[in-house]
Design a protein around this ligand. Structure first.
Ligand code: FAD
Length: 409
């Protein structure tokens, strides 16, 4: 028995099963070993591929600049049993059993890390040339589409739509992005902030059509509800993602309004000995006073460390991060830290027309979020300011010539 496991009160003979072999599942298994758990540990994933990282799928991999993004982890040496190509079908919490397509798997502790799946466009499924972008298989199907420099219609001007459009333009495709809202990223950012980002589409040579609702997709065309018919050799649907939890229906584990697993501040679910982490779960944020459902990479990296510590008996581990993500679009490095609400005060740091700028959100003299375009130092310093909860001077924040860290009062 490892000394640490013994000290932390988790019997080494207890079996931990992790479902979902994406970033969150893999990092949970690794964190358990790093934190001293020496008992049986099984990682089960539906995809047949060696676990891989998703962000490169909409960037280097699409352009053939990288072959794959397999995570560099030696599961065998870590003593992690990896069962790939195996879908979990349900959980029976009373029996402490997970049902999979290859039969039941008993557990003492179960971690749910099944991530998210893309929202599909009604009526588009099965139409030739229609693609999603979530998995390695999706990216590999899209790579030759880009290489053939096809005319592509992208449905949805969100993060994935923007990144895909960037890659497709770089490959020389003609790209039209259709967005039902009045602007890109309408759900994530206010109009004042998305205004300069809207111009990036035209600058890159991509046509952006807002207020554009797709009525139907036909082979070779997308038809909008105003009758416009957009020729498309390929259609890429990027209209959001939802937690991959359909398989948990009826299992008695509480799900929220978006289908997400409702976890507590320690990432425990409503079922005993069952935890949830990553894109599939929401958690209560004490920092922001609301429940957060985060669909970003950093959450799938940080959450596992907290969940592993809780499993190993550290009762005081509360998961309350400052969320962080980045996006690479139209030649810009866009980073966001924190969480803002519409009532928070927005403050510009730099001119929106400039190549690099930052916006900050303040709540009662404290920084709660910031978006930095091409200003990674702002992001790093701002993230620390948010974490510290320090009072800040808005005058200093608004001056792009002064380091953000000098804003502390
Ligand atoms: P996932 O990565 O979705 O992994 C879950 C795994 O569980 C999947 O392999 C799935 O097959 C498996 N699974 C699902 N159901 C079952 C089941 N019933 N049984 C067994 N296995 C199952 N974030 C950023 O911050 N910056 C970026 O630039 C960025 N780029 C991205 C680009 C793309 C194309 C995509 C798709 C996402 C991007 N993200 C980015 C988001 C980030 O990748 C995700 O937040 C992260 O992958 C979430 O990890 P996860 O392990 O929770 O879920």
């Amino acid at each position: 028995m490892s000394e640490q496991t013994e000290r932390q009160g988790m019997s080494p003979g207890r079996r931990v099963v992790v479902v979902g072999a994406g970033m969150a599942g893999v990092q949970t298994a690794v964190a358990l070993r790093e934190q001293g758990f020496s008992g049986p540990l099984t990682l089960i994933g539906a995809e047949p591929h060696q676990p891989y990282d998703r962000p490169p799928l909409s960037k280097a991999i699409l352009l053939g600049k990288a072959e794959g993004s397999a995570l560099d982890i030696d599961f065998e040496t870590l003593g992690i049993e990896l069962l790939l190509g195996r879908e979990a079908l349900g959980v029976r919490p009373d029996d402490h059993e997970l049902d999979t397509e290859a039969g039941p798997v008993p557990y003492d502790v179960l971690v749910l890390a099944t991530g998210a799946e893309p929202v599909r466009l009604p009526g588009a499924e099965g139409v030739p040339g229609v693609h999603l972008l979530r998995t390695l298989d999706d990216a590999e199907r899209l790579r030759p589409v880009l290489a053939r420099q096809h005319a592509i219609v992208v449905v949805g001007a969100g993060w994935i739509g923007a990144e895909f459009a960037t890659a497709a333009r770089e490959a020389g495709c003609s790209v039209t992005v259709v967005e039902a809202a009045d602007r890109p990223l309408a759900e994530a950012l206010p109009a004042e902030v998305t205004a300069p980002m809207t111009a990036w589409y035209a600058d890159s040579g991509a046509a952006l059509r807002t207020h554009a609702r797709v009525e139907r997709v036909e082979p070779g065309a997308v038809v909008l509800d105003d009758g416009a018919r957009l020729p498309a050799d390929a259609v890429v649907v990027g209209v959001g993602a939802r937690p991959a939890t359909g398989w948990l229906a009826g299992c008695g584990i509480e799900l929220g309004a978006h289908g997400e697993i409702v976890a507590d501040a320690h990432l425990r679910t409503s079922a005993p000995d069952v935890y949830a982490v990553g894109d599939c779960a929401s958690f209560p944020s004490g920092r922001y006073g609301e429940r957060l459902l985060v669909h970003h990479w950093d959450n799938a990296l940080q959450g596992p460390r907290a969940v592993a510590a809780t499993i190993l008996g550290e009762a005081d581990v509360v998961y309350d991060p400052v969320p962080y993500f980045w996006s690479e679009q139209f030649g810009r490095f866009v980073q966001y830290a924190g969480h803002h609400a519409s009532a928070d005060t927005l403050l510009w740091r730099g001119e929106p027309a400039a190549a690099a700028w930052t916006v900050c959100w303040l709540r009662e003299d404290r920084l709660v979020a910031l978006l930095a375009v091409g200003r990674p130092r702002d992001l790093a310093q701002g993230r620390r300011l948010i974490e510290s909860g320090a009072r800040v001077d808005p005058g200093v924040l608004a001056d792009p010539a002064r380091p953000l860290k000098e804003a502390v009062v």
